[in-house]
Write a protein that binds this ligand. Structure first.
Ligand code: GDP
Length: 459
């Protein structure tokens, strides 16, 4: 896939001006390249001794292109296998300008390094056994985590929690398979495996697998955000509510343009939960009364289809219009909260009104309650049952866990019949191969390519 014998280099800090930028070099020529372009001070010639490299001592000096000094830098050498890639690695820390880091990268390339592909450093760490595939994927999740929860989960996987769990499943299944094989090879010496006992051990494993699979929906929400739309008739206070929700909450990115104007999205974190507000701006800009009624409904329908949760806003100070019935119809199968707005304009008559929460978007009344309701609904809709030790698997890992579970359930079915032990043992081994794919053994190149293509250059 990638040529492993090349020495590769890339800028591994984001593009833009900053205090420091870093350029990473990995491969067997790393030291040679540094010794050609680095001088311990501007006067001295290149480094001769490998002492610093072998003892992994930080070096202070200058990067030069021939006689021309490019920048004052610190170089951190890592001798294999004690590096991120388990190869010889050099990290150059220079001033954080776009041009200076590009010039340093170019001089590395001029002296024999090749520009690294996205994710190629992590790919080498994987190939060299520094990390398994779950840990490699978690590196990307740590980088992309937008919330504390997402970060916590990703760092746990990076520390090996999923790898260990999968290893534990593997050991248990392997031990069952070998005990079955033992009875085949040495039928006289080994007692028959009790099929009921086998089934109950497999049931225990499939239950544990099921927990991991269930938690994955929470993982998806943490990675991608829960999609929430605010809908309602014109002037009920949708944009006022949106602004109120964004207040005091961290907006991650605003106005990410979608493929059409209909799919403008805004992201925010609500008490640790990432939310993506779907199409609110689109609905807000257009007064449905001014447009063909059908068009307004179609726009709302699109937003609702994309959402995991819908807030239907109504104006408590007004009689509901005929249109609102259509809105109720649109959201009847969705997790939803009916928000009665403008409570400040009405007198309490003691009678409950047809909504889940009464708020005033402009005055802020009961907005905290609404936020709690939103969180409650999110947890309900993803069946969140996680605690701090939960592992949130991604879609690829989930698919393999489902296949492992299906395969074990098949064995449980078969074990009730008069099927020979060796066939049962074979089936158990098939499920082991699915678990191995989670950690990266026997995975085909395309899958690996896909995983590392999601990384940024320099990682
Ligand atoms: P949208 O068309 O549904 O997005 O509605 P807007 O948010 O633009 O609000 C329409 C009008 O209602 C504006 O004049 C707001 O100031 C007003 N409004 C919104 N929420 C409230 C509220 O809770 N109380 C009162 N009194 N006015 C509100």
């Amino acid at each position: 896939m990638f040529n492993l014998s090349d020495t590769i280099a890339a800028i591994c800090t984001p593009k833009g001006a900053g205090a420091i930028a870093a350029i990473r070099i990995s491969g067997s020529d790393s030291w040679e390249i540094i010794s050609k372009i680095f001088a311990k001070n501007t006067q001295s010639s290149a480094l001769k001794s490998q002492h610093y490299f072998i003892h992994m001592q930080a070096l202070y000096g200058h990067i030069k292109d021939g006689d021309k000094v490019i920048d004052e830098v610190v170089v951190l050498p890592y001798k294999n296998p004690k590096s991120f890639t388990a190869e010889d690695v050099m990290e150059i820390f220079c001033h954080g300008g776009i041009r200076v880091s590009e010039m340093i990268l170019n001089v590395c390339l001029k002296h024999g390094a090749r520009l690294a592909h996205p994710g190629e450093f992590t790919f080498r760490a994987f190939v060299n056994g520094r990390v398994d595939l779950t840990e490699a994927e978690a590196i990307n999740d740590v980088i992309n985590a937008c919330t504390d929860k997402a970060l916590h989960s990703a760092s746990q996987v990076l520390s090996g929690s999923l790898k260990n769990k999968v290893q534990d499943f593997r050991n248990k299944i392997y031990s069952l398979a070998t005990s079955l094989e033992g009875t085949i090879e040495f039928p006289l010496d080994v007692e028959d495996v009790n099929r009921e006992e086998l089934s109950s051990k497999l049931k225990f494993i499939t239950d544990e697998l099921e927990h991991l699979i269930e938690d994955s929906s929470e993982g998806r929400v943490l990675r991608e955000g829960i999609k929430l739309s605010i809908i309602g008739e014109p002037n009920v206070g949708k944009s006022s509510l949106l602004n109120r929700l964004l207040e005091n909450e961290r907006a991650i990115v605003t106005n990410i343009p979608g493929t059409t104007r209909d799919t403008i999205e805004e992201k925010l974190v609500l008490q640790g939960w990432p939310l993506v507000l779907v199409d609110t701006a689109g609905i807000r800009e257009h007064n449905m009364l001014d447009e063909a009624e059908e068009y307004g409904i179609q726009r709302t329908k699109k937003a609702v289809e994309k959402s995991d949760l819908v807030l239907l806003v109504k104006d408590l100070s007004k009689q509901e219009e005929h249109d609102s019935l259509k809105l109720y119809e649109l959201i009847k199968d969705k997790p939803r909260i009916v928000v009665g707005n403008k409570v400040d304009l009405i007198e309490s008559n003691g009678k409950p009104r047809a909504c889940d929460v009464e708020i005033s978007a402009t005055q802020g009344t009961n907005v905290a309650e609404l936020k709690l309701l939103i969180i409650e609904k999110i947890k309900e809709s993803i069946k969140a049952r996680s605690n701090n030790t939960s592992i949130f698997v991604n879609e690829r890992q989930k698919e393999l866990l489902v296949q492992t579970k299906t395969s074990l359930q098949f064995v449980m079915e078969q074990s009730k019949k008069e099927i020979p032990d060796d066939l049962i043992a074979d089936e158990l081994k098939k499920s082991i191969s699915k678990l191995d794919e989670i950690t990266g053994q026997g995975v085909n190149d395309d899958v690996i390519k896909n995983i590392f293509a999601k990384f940024c250059v320099g990682k």
